[in-house]
Design a protein. Sequence first.
Length: 67
Amino acid sequence: MNDTTSIKVEAHYSEIGSEIEWDIVEYKPGAQRHVLDTLESEVDARCKAACIAFETYMKSVGISTQK
């Protein structure tokens, strides 16, 4: 697999500053950072990030995950 894209979950304080929100972030070669989604629940963010990472891997090996 040549694709070095990584998917991570990062915490940050909300705009109000009193609650933590969880970003699902995609990092691509060349230090490109792209926020894919922001969720209030860490568990939901980690589950969604795992699905995105799996889909990214499957695409990199030539297998479609779409029906």
